[in-house]
Design a protein around this ligand. Structure first.
Ligand SMILES: [Zn+2]
Length: 263
């Protein structure tokens, strides 16, 4: 059995550059004048009402554009929703809603790029544990695969099972942001999974496997659902065809893992 620590080995050191399915996203820095503007607005937002008024005015102004652009840049070329990976009209959202903590209304670390559907599902819902910590995955702070599993037969995401029960954060994320398992989103995942399987089968049956890696590497580049990581460093790596790839062609496997984890 592969050591779980090795599945995570490439997570912290590599940055992603393209838009992917729900995945760990690395926050960039804002420019100085945008940071000053946010700080000034934060001082004006002294309660829920003033924070909401100030936010509504800000989000329609040109002053908010650098924030939106920075979030889009973080999320990659396709500027996808951090939850469902839909690329349509993703907009700035508060991870911690204003109704829960108005002091976070203008905090850069609290901004995420979210599509209208996931925004609507999430709304003001913000479940927390007994210590007050969020029970919704924040992909800009944590790796979603730590809380979720991918069923590669169906394409559905589900909460990971821990020692005695399902991961509470994974469970409430799937429940609250239910659009991540919307039929169209799941279908998109199934297509990517099928293409990975075909690419590996093609390689395993090839008489010149080293010359047949292009199809698999192309899947990583075109993978808009971040599923390569599941097969490279999570439980997906133990599926029979991926196990066979690792056992028969260690050097190709190593390249696959490195590219899938840095794509
Ligand atoms: Zn979404």
């Amino acid at each position: 059995m592969m050591n779980p620590a090795s599945w995570n080995s490439c997570r912290s050191s590599l940055k992603r550059s393209d838009g992917k399915q729900m995945r760990r996203i690395y926050r960039t820095n804002l420019d100085f004048s945008t940071r000053c503007d946010l700080a000034a607005r934060r001082r004006k937002a002294t309660n829920k009402e003033t924070a909401r008024t100030e936010w509504n005015s800000y989000r329609r102004s040109v002053k908010s554009r650098p924030v939106l652009e920075a979030l889009k840049e973080m999320n990659g070329q396709r500027q996808r929703c951090v939850y469902c990976c839909d690329s349509r009209s993703a907009d700035v959202d508060h991870f911690t809603p204003i109704s829960v903590d108005y002091s976070q209304a203008f905090a850069w670390n609290n901004f995420i790029l979210v599509c209208p559907e996931c925004n609507r599902k999430k709304g003001a819902r913000f479940p927390r544990d007994k210590d007050g910590k969020p029970l919704i995955i924040n992909p800009t702070r944590e790796d979603p695969w730590d809380f979720l599993i991918l069923d590669t037969k169906t394409g559905y995401l589900a909460a990971r099972f821990l020692d005695e029960d399902f991961d509470p954060k994974g469970e409430s994320t799937v429940e609250v942001i239910s659009f991540i398992n919307h039929e169209a989103v799941v279908e998109g995942r199934r297509r990517v999974i099928a293409r990975y399987n075909e690419a590996v089968d093609y390689l395993l049956s090839s008489v010149e496997p080293k010359k047949s890696t292009g199809k698999l590497l192309r899947e990583i580049r075109e993978d808009e659902h971040g599923i390569g990581e599941w097969f490279a460093r999570r439980e997906g790596s133990l599926e029979p065809r991926f196990s066979e790839l690792r056992a028969r062609f260690p050097s190709i496997w190593r390249r696959f893992v490195r590219e899938a984890c840095s794509a």
